[in-house]
Design a protein around this ligand. Structure first.
Ligand code: SF4
Length: 351
């Protein structure tokens, strides 16, 4: 909640409005885990608040540690909604999302999830295979940071975990607002990147209402092939997304990147590199080439290192800044969706 909303809560319970500011300070500055820890609020008022409200934090229930320091956490989800804007307690079976902590020299990035499962059904993605099970509330998005053991070490946050951020935009915007507001975490929006496969209207809204960096999942510049890999292409071709992005300035405060997972013999040819150059003409952006982490029952394979390097070199030589992302956490199945899928299968087996 924002301080204004917390103030309204306080007033609705007959407390002075400034109790809302006190609550915001306890949560966003002190990161308390219970209302009872808010000791400058009277004991009676704390008890009344606790009758109806809670902080909303929950510790991760599982963690996989990679030898490279990457940690994949499994967080329980407390509230999900099946329609945007609706919020209901998680029911039927427990739900979980993955959050990945990636330390790297002087940076520590957290990859957060915004939905349980995903509707978008991208061919190469294990989360897509889970189907859609609900939108995370802003509280459950923020809990992945609030309850992270390494919270104080974080330098960057990327919304690149499970779910499509533009499909849960209200809650993503609410969580980035709290992350960047002076009353909240007071982070610069430059430390936050939100990814999308390209849902046009929502992306436009995001570009208007947020200053965070944007990452677009590209994965193929060729319409028919991208449609095979990412069904969203049939609704909004990537060319339309590139046209939309041309209306915004990414040369100063805000960064635009295109994510490109490389699949051996599929999207790693010279033709693909040429088409990328054509597609991204006039856009101030970078391309991140990503090694594919294999997932079960999908006939896609990683491109070898040499080919990735020549692909990168071609793009760079043709005016597009391209990098090869270091592969992290391979020994812990860092591909998103694998840990939560195994947890989900275990829960279903138990029922
Ligand atoms: S890649 Fe992203 S948008 Fe596509 S299915 Fe996976 S989580 Fe959803």
């Amino acid at each position: 909640m924002t301080p204004a909303e917390l103030k309204a809560v306080a007033k609705s319970l007959g407390m002075p409005g400034f109790t809302g500011d006190q609550m915001a300070k306890w949560m966003y500055e002190q990161h308390v885990r219970s209302i009872d820890e808010m000791t400058n609020i009277s004991k009676a008022n704390r008890a009344r608040l606790a009758e109806k409200y809670e902080i909303g934090c929950a510790d991760p229930i599982d963690a996989q540690l990679s030898k490279d320091g990457t940690i994949k956490y499994l967080f329980p989800v407390r509230t999900t909604a099946y329609k945007e804007g609706e919020e209901a307690p998680a029911k039927r079976q427990p739900k979980f999302v993955e959050t990945v902590y990636i330390p790297d020299d002087d940076r520590a990035t957290l990859c957060v999830s915004c939905e349980v499962g995903c509707k978008m059904n991208c061919l190469f993605c294990q989360t897509g295979k889970q189907g859609f099970e609900g939108y995370l509330s802003a509280a459950d998005i923020l809990n992945q940071i609030y309850s992270l053991p390494e919270r104080e070490k974080l330098t960057n946050i990327v919304f690149m975990g499970q779910g499509e951020p533009m499909d849960n935009l209200d809650n993503v915007l609410r969580s980035t607002e709290i992350l960047t507001a002076p009353y909240g975490y007071a982070w610069s929006p430059k430390r936050i990147t939100v990814s999308t496969i390209g849902i046009k209207d929502k992306l436009r809204q995001f570009l208007e209402e947020s200053s965070c960096h944007v990452a677009v999942s590209l994965h193929s510049p060729i319409h028919e092939q991208r449609a095979e890999l990412m069904p969203i292409e049939r609704i909004t071709p990537i060319e339309e997304i590139a046209d939309l992005l041309r209306n915004y300035d990414f040369s100063h405060q805000r960064r635009l990147s295109f994510e490109y997972i490389m699949f051996g013999g599929v999207n790693d040819s010279l033709t693909h590199a040429r088409q990328i150059v054509k597609l991204l003409q006039g856009l101030f952006c970078r391309v991140n080439l990503i090694r594919f982490h294999k997932i079960p029952n999908v006939n896609l394979h990683p491109t070898d290192d040499k080919k990735m390097e020549s692909f990168r070199d071609y793009l760079t030589a043709h005016g597009i800044f391209a990098t090869i992302r270091a592969s992290r956490g391979q020994d812990i199945d860092a591909a998103c969706g694998l840990l939560s899928t195994s947890k989900k299968t275990a829960e279903e087996g138990r029922r």
